[in-house]
Design a protein around this ligand. Structure first.
Ligand code: PEP
Length: 249
């Protein structure tokens, strides 16, 4: 089963209009081949980035979305608004949302459903804490996070979705799962989907995220069940991000 790799850059609450211009220009010039590339900036930069990337084949994504379509929800942004500004993807269930903003599995499932219903492709993040890894609960935790969504949305919802395995202890810490550790978790996630539907499991892209850099990306992406990356800090540096995209392509 061949799956087109995807590399998505999650800027988190970083960036500026200057970075929009710099990264879009560098990526347009570099044109990484054989890989789909998406940039997920903070909301206010979406229009400028959409314009700067127009016609380039590079995709836009959001880092979050509201779990409802409209209404009195001060500070929230709906899936439909993101579509209007050219987003194709929306990250849901990032560990920073789960940990810092108290998003639980049910809320993550609602956001996933909302994204799909509106026509966005959700990038669903799952991952274990260091304590959970040390207690050998990794597989149980990530499969529970995935199944909360599968139970709510049905396995067929994974047809237009991307999964990202992001060990919490590796995000922004400089610690990375070894290719073998990551591959083992990815294979377990794919097997859990295959229990419901083997064809969907075979087509599902599972990204790895957690301190991916230009110098550790290639062996991670060479693993059979790793289909690209969700990149935080390194997505803010043009050269580094382009090298990561090339490693996936
Ligand atoms: C992330 O925030 O999704 C992430 C993987 O961050 P970093 O690459 O900085 O660890």
């Amino acid at each position: 089963m061949t799956r087109t790799p995807l590399v998505a850059g999650n800027w988190k609450m970083n960036g500026s209009l200057a970075l929009v211009r710099e990264l879009a220009g560098a990526l347009r010039d570099a044109k990484p081949e054989g890989v789909e590339v998406a940039l997920c900036p903070p909301y206010p930069y979406l229009p400028a980035l959409a314009e700067a990337l127009s016609g380039s084949g590079l995709a836009l994504g959001a880092q979050n979305l509201a779990d409802r379509a409209d209404g009195a929800l001060t500070g929230e942004v709906s899936a439909e608004m993101l579509l209007e500004f050219g987003c194709r993807f929306a990250i849901v269930g990032h560990s920073e949302r789960r940990e810092l903003y108290g998003e639980d599995d049910d809320q993550v499932a609602s956001k996933f459903l909302r994204a799909r219903e509106a026509g966005l492709t959700p990038i669903l993040c799952v991952g274990e804490t260091l304590r959970q890894r040390e207690a050998e609960e990794t597989d149980q935790v990530v499969v529970r996070q995935l199944m909360a969504v599968v139970e709510a949305a049905g396995v067929e919802a994974l047809e237009r979705a991307v999964l990202a395995y992001e060990p919490v202890w590796a995000i922004g810490t400089g610690l990375t799962a070894t290719p073998e550790q990551a591959q083992a978790v990815h294979a377990g996630l794919r097997a859990a989907v295959a229990d419901r539907d083997a064809d969907i499991a075979g087509r599902l892209r599972i990204l790895y995220g957690g301190s991916v850099k230009a110098d550790n990306a290639a062996p991670l992406f060479a693993q059979p069940d790793i289909d690209g990356g969700l990149i935080g800090g390194a997505s803010l540096k043009a050269e580094e991000f382009i090298a990561i995209c090339r490693a996936a392509g």
